[in-house]
Write a protein that binds this ligand. Structure first.
Ligand SMILES: Cc1ncc(C[n+]2csc(CCOP(=O)(O)OP(=O)(O)O)c2C)c(N)n1
Ligand code: SF4
Ligand SMILES: [Mg+2]
Length: 286
């Protein structure tokens, strides 16, 4: 197979994102990671929900599925069950993934499909012009709550740790080498991999900028034990500084492997369904 560059994974569609949106950097980094993984574009499937971040599959040269709001993960899980040799990734924003789609994150973590979920977190609903999202800071006043924010924010990495998500990392779109390495490792990891990416919205969230994030972030210490969930939770709980890197990895059976195992044991019990007819099945209930 000829070696590929990031360009091989870009479609001809020009992004409609605003100037300097962090999502450009995520697109650049993701396509560079796919090149490093030397995957064939026709072996890759990207699913997304709705939002600025969720537009990313339009800009890649791969299979893509732009689902409805919050439903990137169930589509990806179904695709992976039916196409175990494909590399499946889901992408989207903090609103898509943690508001309307929040439930799917919990159950994807429980099911452990072998796919990678990249959330571009700008702490705002960008596409709909600037409403608070579940990750917005409590001080962020917007047109939907001009006086005070009444809801507390969530902590995506801590949440993933509590669900025992199989691979958990946090990166910054402006630290592209580190982010590329994280995405490569996430894709190689067998199981549900979550990459939380800080990706500023330059239009609607003036509180989360490249400069403000640069001041807040710090790398996890060298030698951080990625098998230790409790220590990882301590780092995830810390907001100042905001730790970056691979927090946690846990190798366990993937959904496809579990379904294969289930097939084997059920065949032992009832035989291979393709070997008996529907009429025979109906007869059992007569
Ligand atoms: C069922 C449904 N409800 C609401 C919307 C409106 N809507 C579109 S995108 C969006 C939020 C997107 O925020 P986020 O996922 O953070 O993406 P961003 O635009 O910030 O990248 C909302 C509420 C919708 N499209 N469908
Ligand atoms: S509104 Fe924000 S998130 Fe959407 S493209 Fe513009 S800068 Fe990016
Ligand atoms: Mg957002």
């Amino acid at each position: 197979m000829a070696l590929k560059t990031a360009e091989h994974y870009r479609s001809k569609t020009k992004p409609t994102w605003c100037k300097d949106c962090g999502d450009y950097k995520v697109l650049e980094t993701l396509t560079a990671a796919l090149a490093e993984l030397e995957l064939e574009p026709h072996d890759i499937v990207l699913t997304a929900g709705v939002g600025c971040a969720s537009r990313l599959p339009f800009y890649t040269n791969s299979y893509g599925f732009h689902t409805v709001h919050g439903r990137a993960l169930p589509a990806a899980i179904g695709i992976k069950i039916a196409n175990r040799d494909r590399t499946v990734l889901s992408v989207g924003g903090d609103g898509d993934g943690f508001s309307i789609g929040g439930n799917h994150f919990i159950h994807a973590s429980r099911k452990n499909p072998d796919l990678t979920y990249i959330i571009m977190d700008n702490e705002i609903y960008g596409l709909t012009k600037g409403q608070n999202s579940p990750t917005s800071h409590e001080d962020l006043l917007t047109k939907i709550n001009p006086y005070e924010v009444v809801e507390e924010r969530i902590n995506p990495v801590l949440m993933a740790l509590s669900f025992n998500t199989s691979f958990i990392a946090r990166g910054f779109c402006d630290d592209q080498d580190q982010l590329k390495d994280m995405i490569v490792q996430a894709v190689k990891h067998k199981g549900f991999s979550f990459v939380h990416v800080l990706s500023p919205c330059t239009q609607y969230n003036q509180k989360v900028t490249y400069e403000s994030l640069r001041k807040r972030i710090k790398q996890l210490p060298d030698g951080h034990d990625t098998s230790d969930r409790i220590i990882s939770m301590k780092y995830a709980l810390t907001q100042e500084p905001l730790y970056m890197g691979i927090f946690y990895k846990n190798a366990r059976m993937t959904l496809n492997d579990k379904l294969e195992h289930l097939r084997e044991i059920s065949y032992d019990q009832i035989g291979n369904p393709s070997e008996y007819s529907l009429k025979d099945v109906i007869k059992q209930f007569e």
